[in-house]
Design a protein around this ligand. Structure first.
Ligand code: PEP
Ligand code: MG
Length: 880
């Protein structure tokens, strides 16, 4: 019930049902949160329900909230459907006040230090979360208290110090809020609940959702759970653990433990933790129980789980579990391992990974052949190779990144306020915290390189530098960080391609004994995805080289060969001649000169894709795009005249550019319109295709060209081009060539039944289709104002990135259905950017297209996602 209870609430219930030791509590649903956010007030009935559940909780614990002698304390925690680590709010120790702090001490066997420590934490968290008191103020007060004691360790503060600190905190609270810290325990709880609701819309939460593509309207649940204490002395403590190594996937015991502390101390990396294994020495009984629980959780969830636990005076409590975040590599390796262990089948393994993770694995790594000496070493918290200028604050990182700089964000430890900087940076480097620190968890989630806990670094954020053994790195100095090994280098270390790319290239085998475990897992999962998928995957490529690479990556043909690059470079001169031609003869001369060049291009591509279909699109952009810009020409004309040189050619070009100028070139003389207006242009291209095919076939090859007409809006356009093309193809003796069209003008989608009469295939040009369906200029709007649209929730992600199912998707469906109704064997594909977008691939599978076509590097991603889509829609999709 994660939709209703949030991930945390659902898993707490699940663990309770499994009979695991979970402190009692209740969950307020995401529905209540949505109602609150919509109306700005507490939903009707919430108060009564909270009353009833609080009473049950009090009974279960045998304590009352607000009781001075023996207070029930609760934690109030957020927990949304999708994990958003540290993005929303939590308040612990709710229920303490000036009177019950003494009762708590008495209940803890007279431990006054513990009681005052709990109280100061409450004021700090409540102040920050509920009342926006700047948290640094509390931190500075804590630092001052430690300094007065001449220590850096909060455990050295005694009860009297903490009591004085509570006083200071209360004054800070009153100064910032204009009111005293609330002494009514129930008021504390109610305010904390509303603050958690509100934290759904905190800036950093919004930013995180945008980054992770989490819908903006889900809301968070609120978990109110009886407190158990990890700070009740040396036989208490708190920790986090994974049931497998989240980086490599290896089975074992991976976690951090901190004695005599509360949960946030571990996650924030405030004090250095000890490895979980050492708990065996400290408290064998709890340790053994924990291992038992971890194995129970793995066999229940059939996956790597991460957990948070607390030991209160020798008694173990489970505070949280969830299917753990993991690196992309670990996702593949773990899925393979779970298959080997018989826990899941290969279909399920395909579902346990995704195209985005595969994309991450295709990033390059450092080339260490020059044997660079690392400056320091930390924990390899999130893999990858990142090079950039060191920066020491999130705003600065974001600013430099906006200016096009590559940066590495260096912090002592990160906190949720650093999120914008983490997104902007190539990588993140911290001097504190382990694999479970905030920096590590968030970076892994984003697929960003991170080295954490490089404790040789003395990070001085205030002065913008860090020091290691006398070496000083200042803001702007380039460093390289390796998120796999944890090594930090001065300067830029060269990078090399990923092992997974080498596998796709065929340089390393995936199916042999002793293969790299990642490569072997990728191989198994990809092979299975290929066996499942119904969509074919082609590539968008317009050179032989790209075509050959895409083919190695698994492309089953070319879905879009754009011919415009064939008019650039040293061929511009011919295009200029074409445009400036004053007679039919001059124009034909220019076309005749272009013909052999184009033919050679096609031969190269047909050879690279021999035996596989190659869809060649006739020229699409407006011709004036091939001429120099107006301003440039105007200047050269002026300069030539000034110098008394012959300006005739430049003047002619300038005049042509002026004549051909369009207010809306995207809606102007382009695509099929060019072919109909400029005599001989399409004919030359069709002839080049047909002759190239004949040439390849004559050499024993098997070229399978398809001719595609862009920007068609009416069947008459296509019929005119088709009639001429058929004549030329027959004349060239190239055998059958299928002729089809792009569907990228809404009118084409809406009249697809007619258009199918003249087309053997449709390829959806979803870039233009999105542009014209929304009326969004595809070159302008994303940078100009989409941030605002995303902020307003008009869409969660740019429709140019991921297909808008409701609008553009509807046009695709209409065209597919009506096109197939008119011509049952009509072949359907997509060649817009969406062809390589995981979400969109699932949509195209659902619509029943024959293939998607995408850039070479996205081909493996599309293959995997097409396999996943097939599992998802299989009739027996009971997996998971
Ligand atoms: C499209 O419009 O989706 C398409 C593939 O064509 P282009 O991007 O070249 O306009
Ligand atoms: Mg287009």
């Amino acid at each position: 019930m994660a939709d209703l209870l949030g991930g945390k609430g659902a898993n707490l219930s699940e663990m309770t049902n499994l009979g695991l030791p979970v402190p009692p509590g209740f969950t307020i649903t995401t529905e209540a949160c949505r109602a609150y956010l919509a109306t700005g007030r507490e939903p009707d009935g919430l108060r009564e329900e909270v009353d009833a559940h609080l009473r049950a909780l009090e009974e279960a614990r045998g304590k009352r909230l607000g009781d001075a002698a023996d207070p029930l304390l609760v934690s109030v925690r957020s927990g949304a459907r999708f994990s958003m680590p540290g993005m929303m709010e939590t308040v612990l120790n709710v229920g303490l006040n000036d009177a019950s702090v003494a009762g708590l001490a008495a209940q803890a066997g007279g431990d006054e230090r513990f009681a005052w420590d709990s109280y100061r934490r409450l004021i700090q968290m409540f102040g920050k979360t509920v009342c926006d008191v700047p948290s640094e103020e509390f931190e500075h007060a804590l630092d001052d208290a430690k300094r007065a004691r001449n220590t850096t360790n909060d455990l050295d503060l005694d009860a009297a110090d903490l009591r004085a600190l509570v006083d200071t905190y209360k004054k800070l609270f009153a100064k910032h809020t204009g009111r005293e810290f609330p002494q009514d325990a129930r008021e504390q709880m109610d305010l904390a609940i509303l603050a958690v609701f509100q934290s759904w819309n905190a800036e950093r939460a919004i930013l995180y959702r945008r980054q992770e593509r989490i819908p903006a309207d889900l809301g968070t649940a609120v978990n109110v759970v009886a407190m158990v204490f990890g700070n009740l002395g040396p036989d208490s403590g708190t920790g986090v653990a994974f049931t497998r190594d989240p980086a490599s996937g290896h089975q074992g015991i991976y976690g951090d433990y901190l004695a005599n502390a509360q949960g946030e101390d571990v996650v924030a990396g405030i004090r250095n933790t000890i490895p979980l294994q050492e708990l065996e020495r400290l408290d064998k009984r709890s340790y053994d129980e924990l291992l038992g629980i971890m194995s129970k959780l793995e066999s229940h969830y059939l996956d790597l789980c991460d957990i948070e636990f607390t030991i209160e005076q020798g008694k173990l409590w489970m505070l949280q579990t969830r299917v753990g975040k993991r690196t992309a590599a670990a996702a593949f390796i773990i899925a393979g391992q779970l298959v080997d262990e018989g826990l899941i089948d290969l279909d399920e393994a395909v579902m346990r990974v995704n195209g985005e993770q595969l994309g991450q694995l295709m990033f390059p790594r450092f080339d260490l052949s020059g044997d660079p000496k690392p400056l320091a070493r930390g924990v390899g918290a999130s893999p990858g190779a990142a090079v950039g200028k060191a920066v020491f604050g999130a705003p600065r990182a974001a600013e430099l990144a906006r200016a096009g700089e590559q940066v590495i964000l260096v912090r002592r430890e990160t906190n949720p306020d650093d999120l914008a900087g983490m997104i902007a940076a190539q990588g993140i480097l911290t001097s504190r915290g382990g694999k479970t620190s905030h920096a590590a968890v968030v970076a892994r989630g984003m697929g960003k390189t991170c080295v954490s806990g490089a404790d040789a670094l003395e990070v001085d954020t205030r002065n913008g530098k860090f020091t290691v053994d006398g070496t000083v790195i200042r803001e702007g100095d380039v460093i390289s960080i390796d998120g796999t090994t944890g090594k930090v280098y001065v300067g830029a270390v060269p990078v090399q391609p990923s092992e997974v790319v080498r596998y796709f290239e065929g340089d390393v085998a995936g199916d042999q004994e002793g293969a790299d475990p990642l490569v072997s897992a990728v191989h198994r999962i990809m092979s299975h995805a290929d066996s499942l998928r119904q969509l074919r995957v082609r590539t968008n490529a317009d050179t032989g080289q790209d075509a050959a690479r895409a083919r190695r990556f698994g492309a089953e043909g070319i879905g879009l060969c754009r011919t415009e690059h064939m008019f650039l470079g040293d061929r511009r001169e011919l295009v200029e001649r074409l445009i400036l031609a004053r007679t039919d003869g001059e124009r034909q001369d220019a076309l005749d000169a272009l013909l052999p060049l184009q033919r050679a291009d096609f031969v190269e591509i047909f050879e690279a894709m021999d035996g596989l279909p190659v869809t060649v699109r006739l020229i699409d952009p407006p011709l004036h795009e091939f001429l120099p810009p107006l301003e440039e020409l105007a200047v050269s004309v002026a300069v030539a005249r000034e110098r008394g040189e012959d300006a005739a050619k430049a003047e002619a070009l300038l005049a042509a550019v002026r004549r051909m100028h369009e207010q809306n070139p995207m809606l102007g003389l382009r695509g099929v319109r060019l072919g109909l207006v400029i005599p001989g242009l399409f004919a030359m291209q069709v002839r080049a295709i047909a002759e190239a095919a004949a040439e390849c076939a004559g050499r024993g090859g098997n070229p399978l060209p398809e001719i595609m007409v862009p920007l068609v809006g009416a069947v008459q356009e296509l019929e005119t081009v088709r009639a001429e093309a058929e004549r030329i193809v027959a004349d060239a003796g190239a055998g059958a060539v299928s002729i089809g069209t792009m569907i990228e003008v809404p009118r084409a989608a809406l009249t697809s039944g007619q258009i199918a009469e003249a087309a053997e295939f449709f390829s959806f040009g979803t870039n233009d289709l999105t542009q014209m369906a929304w009326g969004f200029s595809r070159d302008d709007v994303e940078g100009a104002f989409f941030w605002r649209y995303i902020e307003l929730g008009i869409f969660g992600i740019s429709p140019f990135e991921s297909l808008d199912r409701d609008g553009v998707g509807r046009l695709v469906r209409i065209a597919a259905d009506e096109g197939r109704a008119a011509r049952p064997d009509l072949k359907l594909g997509v060649c817009g950017e969406h062809g390589g977008d995981p979400e969109s691939v699932h949509f195209f599978h659902e619509v029943g297209l024959d293939y998607v076509s995408c850039s070479p590097f996205r081909v493996p991603i599309a293959r995997l996602e097409a396999g996943r889509a097939a599992v998802e829609t299989a009739p027996s999709a009971a997996a998971g």
